[in-house]
Design a protein around this ligand. Structure first.
Ligand SMILES: [Zn+2]
Length: 313
């Protein structure tokens, strides 16, 4: 049984372990919650911050709870993922801020998507992490733990988060979004990621963007039509959000197809792609994303990838 009102979908083991640490007064000064995007890592970190700052076990009524709610708690420093790189100057400003004398109580620094820090910034951040000023707890999240330096990893307590199983997703979400007409479709799109499901169910614009990306990727996977594929790729070039969505949706469709293949022997991509070609495509998708992340020519990288979606059937 959980003691605190986490209001989180799934991740019971992680929440129980955190509660145990709180109860035994065994918290360390730096945590990294890592795992797939949109699974609830940031929400868990944020609620943990609230639990630690509220003197009444997260009452939602006291001054601390009110200040957190209004975004002005002096002992909570938030670095939300705004899609931007975290530069060394930002890190220095953060360090300066955490060095300012607080009321002497606990101070929490919450950094979403730590891998936004380039390696040099991570190295300069290390000193603060090693010698935290006063009573500071760093709560950090990462979608791609491979991009975090081993020295940082060795100095944080890690909590792994995974995709939430379908039964839990269905159960928890159906009570919150009763009678939502797009419920089943969203459940399929979200694939175990509660954060994504909630966003799609509560923001019509997000759902329509997702649906659009889904249809485009579906078309790419079903047809041999390089001209239209390349023109779609061109439209992604200057739109960071759309490109991100494209990779995300492509990954999900391939992952689901591979899973269905392993369970039932066929998938929504049969007979055009067998398991081997799905794995092959997945590998190229990751490689393309990696190259674009490292400033490769987007048009070339995308076109090259799309060639692999052609089939001689
Ligand atoms: Zn409170």
């Amino acid at each position: 049984m959980l003691k605190y009102p986490w209001d989180i979908i799934g991740h019971d083991n992680q929440l129980l372990a955190l509660e145990k640490e709180i109860a035994a007064d065994q918290l360390v000064h730096a945590y990294l919650f890592h795992g797939p995007k949109d699974t609830g890592k940031f929400t868990v970190a944020f609620i943990l911050a609230k639990i630690l700052l509220c003197p009444n076990n997260l009452c939602h009524r006291c001054r601390d709870c009110q200040l957190i709610k209004s975004g002005s708690h002096p002992d909570l420093i938030l670095m939300r993922d705004n899609g931007e790189t975290i530069k060394i100057d930002d890190v220095r400003a953060l360090i300066h801020k955490t060095n300012l004398t607080s009321q002497g109580g606990l101070r929490i620094v919450l950094i979403e998507t730590l891998e936004r820090m380039p390696i040099e910034a991570q190295n300069s951040f290390l000193k603060t992490l090693e010698e935290p000023p006063g009573k500071t707890i760093f709560l950090m999240t990462s979608d791609q733990i491979k991009k975090i330096t081993p020295t940082i990893l060795s100095r944080v307590r890690q909590y792994g988060f995974s995709l939430v199983d379908e039964a839990t997703m269905r159960n928890e979400l159906s009570s919150r979004f009763k009678d939502h007409s797009d419920f089943e479709e969203v459940l399929q799109m979200a694939q175990g990621r509660p954060g994504l499901a909630i966003r799609l169910l509560s923001e019509p614009a997000a759902l329509s963007a997702y649906r659009n990306a889904y249809n485009q990727v579906d078309k790419i996977l079903r047809n041999n039509d390089l001209v239209s594929k390349f023109s779609y790729a061109e439209s992604l070039e200057d739109d960071k959000d759309q490109l991100e969505l494209f990779f995300d949706v492509f990954c999900q469709i391939l992952r689901k197809s591979a899973h269905d293949f392993l369970v039932t022997g066929s998938s929504l991509l049969s007979p055009r792609y067998d398991l081997k070609s799905i794995a092959h495509l997945f590998e190229h998708l990751l490689k393309t994303r990696y190259l674009i992340d490292r400033n490769a020519n987007k048009k070339l990288a995308l076109e090259n990838f799309l060639l692999y979606t052609e089939r001689s059937l």
